[in-house]
Design a protein around this ligand. Structure first.
Ligand code: SF4
Length: 301
């Protein structure tokens, strides 16, 4: 609903990074620039037929490996992930309601996602639930998600709704960091937890609960000054920010035998102070199509 515009078409495989190109790009970042963590996102990374081989090869690099997934195919991969030592999994889940899940995701697979969450918890994976909070769509479930952390070592991340190409975003749709905390505070005694210096989220815990929760306040309290994330899209474009106006074509460079090391350096040094160079996200009618030239699906979150 918010990450795939209706007119989206799949790209042919030859326009996507091959397995070997993904590994080559990853090695450049790790060996030349000291990248310590690689997260595979989507679309949905586990629908690639060579996902297993990609994870396997990346697991030999000196990095923490992680994935963000819709959770539907995880049961097919859980033993494999254990075997390569990949323990960090983020699952996107915006609602616990079956009908609402189908409306948001266009998929009826909520029970599969829930059972895969149970499976991963049984196997002691480090599990985060990503929940994009949209006013009037799912903000009434915030407390239900906090309740999930009562007896489970889960971390729920409430994410402010962000504008991307074709997702019809308006500032009124954003259920803000302050509103989320106020909503939770009305039902729970909560404590603030320490955050990592480069964390994108502000962490909390309901007193006496086993799990934790946090808010990613991209819109109302941006954390761009400490952001150290870089993104490479499935079609091999390098972006220095989620909202970057431009991108570097690593795929073409690789196929022409160009050394991508300098391209990456130059793009990183061009990174804007905040939100890809926008000081303010306005409530312009067409903001979601102008704010980023790509949908969330094409960037990978
Ligand atoms: S908007 Fe760009 S700079 Fe700010 S946190 Fe997101 S990716 Fe980082």
């Amino acid at each position: 609903m918010y990450c795939i515009p209706e007119d989206t078409c799949s790209l042919p495989n030859e326009q996507l990074l091959s397995k070997a190109e993904i590994i080559s790009v990853a090695k450049t970042f790790v060996n030349n620039y000291g990248v310590k963590k690689i997260r595979l996102t989507g679309g949905e990374p586990l629908v690639r037929s060579d996902a297993r081989e990609i994870f396997e090869e990346l697991s030999h690099l000196p990095v923490e490996l992680a994935i963000t997934t819709n959770g539907i195919l995880l049961d097919r991969y859980v033993d494999f992930f254990e075997s390569i030592g990949m323990r960090s999994i983020n699952i996107s889940l915006d609602t616990l309601n079956e009908g609402r899940f189908t409306n948001i995701t266009k998929s009826p697979a909520i029970e599969k996602v829930k059972s895969n969450i149970d499976l991963l918890l049984k196997k002691n994976f480090s599990l985060k639930i990503n929940n994009v909070v949209m006013r009037g769509v799912n903000d009434d479930e915030i407390i239900d998600f906090v309740r999930m952390t009562k007896d489970l070592p889960l971390h729920v991340r409430f994410i402010e709704f962000m504008p991307f190409n074709g997702n019809n975003w308006y500032t009124d749709d954003v259920f803000s960091y302050n509103e989320i905390i106020e909503r939770i505070h009305n039902s729970y005694s909560i404590e603030k937890l320490d955050d990592h210096p480069n964390s994108t989220s502000k962490s909390y815990k309901a007193k006496g609960y086993e799990g934790t929760f946090s808010v990613i306040s991209s819109i109302t309290a941006p954390f761009c000054d400490s952001c150290n994330r870089l993104r490479v899209t499935a079609d091999g474009k390098f972006r220095n920010c989620l909202f970057a106006k431009g991108e570097i074509d690593l795929l073409s460079a690789l196929r022409q035998g160009v050394d991508i090391t300098k391209l990456i350096h130059d793009e990183v040094t061009e990174k804007a102070y905040m939100h890809g160079g926008m000081q303010q996200l306005s409530d312009d009618k067409d903001i979601s199509s102008r704010i980023s030239d790509r949908s969330m699906l094409q960037i990978g979150g």
